[in-house]
Design a protein around this ligand. Structure first.
Ligand SMILES: C[S@@+](CC[C@H](N)C(=O)[O-])C[C@H]1O[C@@H](n2cnc3c(N)ncnc32)[C@H](O)[C@@H]1O
Length: 413
């Protein structure tokens, strides 16, 4: 296992981000949520994955970062873990990264593509349930999925339907952006594919509206499918979980060779809902989907994913598909150097061999799950500790994890 000391060095691009990068490029990268992970934080994540595993990973371990930026997670897997380029996969939507990948001796031989990381890309081997390790720092903030709203700009008929629509009223306030250049046929096809794929994700159907968060706290004691029903009793105009469920089935059954009918109220409301779902929530689900049964997940997430009331039901969904192994909270300043101010945590988890049955969660369920006996390794920085630095904090967390490995991640008997 690599025990090199942790030093926080910015990458070339990160130095550019804070120094001489032109303002429009900074703005573009902010829109993409492009806050690159310091290499030594990525190194720490790799080392903790090895501690959890209890040994080095074999060379045929397939690792992916579906929003890979400059590929820092692929680099640490190669440099610290010895994984060969052919085992490393990455996608990023920012095509300006590609020339850098081509000049990089590791990345040019790895499977790195300009693509939307939320979608499968079978040509490059990027498909669900195909990876032993899914590691990364997905985008947060930025423009997220707002481009999906462009599909609504082109269908005036839709507006008429909205008036009578059950879903509509609570969504009407989410107006599409002012009209721009009409979508090209290819742009339309790409957005159409994104809607079809994301509508089959679960997270967007589980998130509660802000005003429902309190009710959801209560509801989280019940099954996730009951999420919206209490609210619907009081406000007929609010969509229910089963409305969204129906809409996702409708979209799944829509013929592949015909564009989605964006004049249909259900389709329009689904698009609005997807567009307003935070991109980090979509990516958290994507990380889980990419992992093989038994595969490891290590993901840097903003605090909302681990703490927000709105996402309580999504966390229940996650725990039906993965075992939480560790959560390491990061000081805010980890990303301030690259222009982000978010409080983040690193979540380590293992994809379950089989999903828990839907409706598995009940107030007593956690007590009766055998595997819940295993403790979860938690770490948080003490920023007021004398001489605190991120490097010393992460070194200490790693040393602690090594000492306590048998308690937290014992080898199977
Ligand atoms: C927070 S940065 C992290 C990059 C890299 N994982 C790291 O840790 O340094 C998020 C990256 O996601 C990319 N991105 C944004 N939306 C994406 C999408 N839909 N699919 C793939 N990549 C995306 C951005 O271009 C950016 O490089």
């Amino acid at each position: 296992m690599n025990v090199a000391p942790l030093k926080l060095k910015p990458t070339v691009r990160q130095s550019l981000a804070s120094a001489e990068a032109p303002a429009d490029d900074l703005e573009r990268r902010r829109e993409l949520g492009q806050f690159l992970t310091p290499p030594d934080v990525a190194g720490f994540i790799w080392d903790l994955l090895e501690v959890i595993q209890g040994k080095r990973f074999p060379a045929n371990t397939r690792l992916i970062d579906p929003a890979c930026g400059e590929g820092v997670f692929l680099h640490v897997a190669h440099e610290r873990g010895g994984l060969p380029a052919k085992s490393l996969f990455g996608a990023d939507i920012d095509e300006t990264l590609a020339p850098g990948w081509r000049q990089d001796p590791l990345l040019r031989d790895a499977n790195v593509v300009v693509a939307n990381g939320l979608l499968d890309d079978p040509a490059s081997g990027i498909v669900a349930a195909a990876f032993n390790i899914v590691a990364g720092n997905p985008p947060f903030s930025g423009k997220g999925l707002r481009d999906l709203l462009r599909l609504l700009e082109e269908s005036p008929e839709g507006a008429r339907h909205e008036e009578q629509d059950l879903f509509g009223a609570s969504c009407l306030k989410e107006e599409a952006a002012p009209p721009r250049e009409p979508l090209s046929r290819q742009e339309r096809a790409e957005l159409d594919r994104l809607v079809r794929t994301l509508s089959q994700y679960s997270c967007w159907r589980l998130e509660t509206e802000p005003e429902q968060a309190d009710e959801a706290d209560e509801d989280s004691k019940g099954a996730p499918t009951e999420l919206f029903s209490a609210a619907a009793l009081f406000d007929k105009r609010r969509p229910t979980a089963s409305d969204y469920e129906r809409a996702s089935q409708l979209i799944a059954q829509w013929p592949q060779n015909r564009p989605l009918d964006t004049s249909q109220p259900e389709v329009r409301d689904t698009i609005r809902r997807l567009a307003s779902t935070a991109i980090e929530v979509m990516f958290t689900e994507r990380f889980v989907r990419l992992a093989k049964p038994g595969g490891l997940i290590a993901v840097i997430v903003p605090e909302s994913i681990v703490a927000s009331d709105r996402l309580a039901l999504f966390r229940t969904w996650l725990l039906g598909r993965m075992d939480l192994l560790a959560s390491v909270s990061l000081p805010q300043k980890v990303f301030t150097g690259v222009g982000a101010n978010a409080k983040t945590s690193i979540v380590f988890a293992r994809r379950l061999p089989q999903d828990r049955p839907s409706g598995w969660y009940s107030p007593g369920a956690l007590d009766s799950l055998r595997e819940e006996d295993s403790p979860i390794f938690l770490a948080a920085p003490r920023l007021d500790a004398p001489g605190f630095s991120i490097a010393s904090y992460l070194s200490r967390v790693l040393a602690d994890a090594r000492r306590k490995r048998e308690t937290f991640w014992p080898d199977p008997k």
